[in-house]
Ligand binder design. Structure first.
Ligand SMILES: *Cc1c(COP(=O)(O)O)cnc(C)c1O
Length: 370
């Protein structure tokens, strides 16, 4: 099988959105609603491997109703951002970490791997073609959200890994993830449903994990909460993560605790970056198991002073309340900073400062796209 580097042919569309309409979208992008003029496509076939890599007009895909992904959910994805720095250059954050995770997810879902080089080249090809869609990010938190994904496109209902697979990257201008600015979110503790079981796909970034967590999100909304926290599937005791974000706990002595990776928690790039940045800021960081009782009692007793969730899309988001069937606890002081704890705020700021080029990139986390 060929492993030669892919080269992405660029087919520039002649009917791109006019400048004034694009500017209107960029002024108020929301999240995940509008997409840029182009997308990346590449095809993998058993035998020849990856081929037909291109940047082409964003538009509907043509799939047979028998495409395997529609039946068996053989699909993986990534979530990243392109950040515009004050000098106009455009960068992304730790793409090698996302590429490595994409390859791990591919192995778990029996999909073909895409090399780290091809992965990063695909982002460069798309973002340089749609460069005008990268918002000025320095003020606020605007960025161009990048969504690479891969799925079984073979028209075949038999039970085996697909012999034809499509890789695609789409891009969507993004303002802050949570409309209404940085406010603490409320979290519903799911006791009926779990997200991931040992040996399952929790550690892979696949659509199926999200499909399985939607019902708990509906339950959360029915109970007046914004997000869901999941416990481990075996003992129903250990805090794992939210449906799409990792969790951190700040203790009164300044120590920061995050659930250790167990094989059922998604290894967030934001999570691992915060573990390093928090140490720079003078915090001791513990990766260990955290029980739901430690969370509830720690908040009630004052040992846990702040809780936050993190992920690429929402960056760092304070958690203001934990609710469950029969009770709830309020975390932090809503009279101070609107409920955004000072440790949460400083970690958030130091991460954004690296991403937007306002702080030295001492770890080489940034890759220039344009
Ligand atoms: C993507 C994702 C995260 C966050 O990962 P980042 O790399 O930080 O964006 C956390 N949990 C789940 C389940 C995810 O899918």
């Amino acid at each position: 099988m060929s492993s030669a580097a892919l080269s992405f042919t660029v087919e520039v569309r002649s009917d791109a959105l006019p400048d004034d309409q694009r500017e209107a979208v960029l002024a108020n992008p929301g999240f995940g609603k509008t997409f840029t003029d182009h997308m990346v496509l590449a095809t993998w076939s058993a035998g020849p491997g990856w081929h037909d890599a291109k940047v082409t007009a964003y538009g509907p895909l043509s799939l047979f109703p028998s495409a395997a992904v529609l039946h068996y959910g053989q699909e993986i994805f990534e979530g990243m951002k392109a950040y515009r720095h004050a000098d106009g250059s455009v960068w992304t954050f730790r793409p090698e970490a996302n590429a490595a995770r994409f390859a791990r997810s591919a192995r778990r879902l029996a999909l073909p791997e895409l090399s780290q080089r091809d992965f990063t080249e695909s982002l460069k090809a798309l973002v340089s073609t749609d460069e005008k869609w990268v918002p000025a990010g320095d003020a606020g938190e605007a960025s161009l959200y990048l969504r690479p994904f891969m799925f079984a496109s073979e028209a075949f209902l038999g039970m085996r890994p697909a012999a034809e697979v499509t890789y695609c990257v789409i891009a969507s201008p993004a303002g802050p993830y949570f409309a209404g600015g940085l406010k603490p979110v409320s979290i519903w503790l799911s006791t009926e449903y779990t997200r991931a079981a040992p040996g399952g796909t929790g550690v892979a970034k696949c659509g199926g994990n999200y499909a399985a967590s939607m019902i708990a999100l509906v339950e959360a909304a029915d109970n007046g909460c914004d997000q869901v926290a999941f416990l481990d599937a075996v003992e129903r005791k250990w805090v794992e993560e939210l449906g799409g974000m990792n969790l951190f706990f700040v203790q009164s002595d300044g120590t920061i605790v995050t659930p250790e990776l167990t094989g059922t928690i998604l290894e967030g790039v934001t999570r691992s970056s915060i573990i390093e940045l928090a140490q720079d800021l003078g915090h001791k960081v513990d990766e260990r198991r955290v029980s739901i009782d430690e969370w509830r009692d720690g908040v009630a007793g004052g040992e846990i002073t702040e809780v936050f969730a993190c992920g690429t899309a929402a960056v760092v988001t304070p958690v203001g309340r934990l609710a469950w069937q029969g009770g709830s606890v309020v975390i932090g002081d809503h009279d101070v900073n609107g409920g955004v704890g000072s440790v949460t705020a400083s970690i958030r700021q130091s991460l954004l400062d690296v991403q937007y080029g306002r702080a030295a990139d001492s770890r080489g986390w940034l890759t220039r796209l344009v």
